[in-house]
Write a protein that binds this ligand. Structure first.
Ligand SMILES: [Zn+2]
Length: 471
């Protein structure tokens, strides 16, 4: 028998808990359905949805975790489930970076949750468990059994938890043998909070670590990371996408070797145009260029949409505290979710089109207006012609905000900073103290967003004319 289910835990032959994790993920996905429904209510507060997530999804996901020892990769999977839950509570699109949501809400990560329940179970085993259970536990931790046991994995739980226990006990004078349940619980919680407070932050930093400089936001499509050339030799030069123009490409077509030249680069669609000597033309994607382009040449690494959003978020996030839009007392649930969406570009094509762009259809990241520009936050709020009719009050408010803050000029760059400030409340953007135009700016931005959404969804139908009804 490869595996069996026992008290909600799936035991497999090797005790790797792989099947257990898969089972828990499926169970949690069922529970997620109700949370998703609650999160779609615009008036229901984040804390109520969070509570429901904790009650149903987290309970299911971490069921039995106190008695198991997970591998790092399994904890990573649990962490991505936690982050996905946070994104759901904030009403973000599933392609928005979930770790930003988890960091904004300052949710506990998987390690924190698992270790907390393990320490809780350990306390119970020493204090309140039935006598028979305690005797088994005492026998299990007795040094004689360590040597006699032949199954390495069966030892792991108490070896693992006792190593953790030693860490917890050296941190301060609280001892599991003498502490009350509450004292022990408080100590464990504060220890874990201190140890894992930067988990999401570190994860986000790691995502953007390889790229050093992020160019200022433009309405141009940010370049995605080009696929590495599968050649055995490392690249000897790195070119910007535009610098490929004029380079020679060679492609095997049947028995013939077609030779051509790169004639131009389209930054919107991320395509190079090729003209072969035979007169034929073609459009190359990054992977085509890696396979058939000039040898030993890499395409310059440039941050994509996610990396750009993460970099800006990291710059303006509060230290060790929930994000402004989560913590500010006066905001409604709708407003909290709105600003979270602004920070992650959640409702826009740049975010929604991420998945399809990986598969070559980069047009999904473009706005549907005539300019076909990349649909970024600044395009949506300040440039897109489709919403020009309802934009004036917002532009006026942003202009006023820029004028009053002295560091920002009332142009697209300044407006972008104004919007960033509205979403993050970052003091980096208002070094001279609170800006009196701030409240008005936020109000106008929300109004604009609501009106723009109405324009987006209320397109007139091109219906055929109906025959007039005779009386
Ligand atoms: Zn547009």
């Amino acid at each position: 028998m490869p595996s069996c289910k026992f008290l909600g835990t799936v035991l497999d032959r090797e005790l790797t808990w792989e099947r257990h994790i898969v089972h828990r993920e499926t169970q949690a996905a069922d529970a997620l359905f109700h949370v998703r429904q609650l999160a779609s209510h615009s008036t229901l507060g984040l804390k109520h949805v969070t509570r429901e997530w904790e009650r149903s999804v987290a309970q299911s996901l971490f069921y039995g975790a106190d008695a198991l020892v997970f591998q790092q990769t399994q904890l990573k999977r649990l962490n991505s489930e936690v982050a996905r839950g946070a994104a759901l509570v904030l009403g973000l699109h599933h392609t928005a970076t979930p770790a930003i949501a988890a960091d904004m809400l300052q949710w506990r990560n998987a390690e924190q949750r698992v270790q907390h329940t393990q320490m809780h179970l350990l306390w119970e085993l020493q204090h309140t468990a039935p006598p028979k259970t305690r005797r088994i536990y005492q026998a299990l931790i007795a040094p004689t059994l360590h040597r006699e046991s032949t199954h390495a994995r069966l030892q792991a739980w108490h070896v693992h938890t006792h190593a953790l226990l030693a860490e917890f006990e050296t941190a301060n004078s609280t001892r599991i043998s003498t502490a009350s349940k509450k004292e022990w619980g408080d100590h464990v919680q504060s220890f874990l909070r201190a140890a894992h407070t930067d988990h999401w932050l570190e994860q986000l930093k790691a995502r953007v670590a390889p790229t050093s400089a992020v160019p200022p936001p433009t309405s141009q499509r940010p370049q995605r990371v080009c696929a590495p050339r599968p050649a055995p030799l490392p690249a000897v030069r790195t070119l910007q996408p535009e610098e490929f123009v004029g380079e020679v490409v060679t492609k095997q077509v049947g028995d013939d070797l077609e030779v051509g030249t790169v004639t131009s680069y389209d930054p919107h669609r991320q395509r190079w145009h090729i003209r072969y000597r035979s007169g034929a033309t073609a459009a190359f994607t990054a992977s085509h260029m890696a396979a058939h382009g000039p040898p030993r040449t890499a395409c310059a690494l440039q941050p994509g949409t996610s990396e750009h959003a993460i970099t800006e978020y990291l710059l303006h996030r509060p230290k060790n505290a929930p994000a402004w839009c989560v913590a500010a007392p006066a905001l409604s649930a709708y407003q909290r979710r709105h600003w979270a969406k602004v920070i992650t570009s959640s409702d826009l094509a740049v975010c929604r089109g991420k998945y399809t762009s990986k598969h070559g259809d980069s047009s999904r990241q473009l706005c549907t207006c005539k300019s076909a520009a990349l649909e970024t936050i600044e395009h949506f709020y300040f440039e897109c012609a489709a919403y020009a009719a309802v934009r004036q009050p917002l532009t006026d408010a942003a202009t006023e905000w820029c004028k009053l803050s002295a560091e920002h000029t009332p142009d697209t760059g300044g407006f972008r900073q104004a919007l960033l400030w509205a979403a993050t409340d970052s003091q980096l953007l208002t070094p001279n103290g609170p800006n009196t135009a701030g409240d008005d700016l936020r109000k106008r931005a929300l109004e604009f967003y609501a009106k723009a959404k109405a324009i987006r969804h209320n397109k007139s139908m091109d219906a055929a004319t109906q025959p007039t009804q005779s009386a």
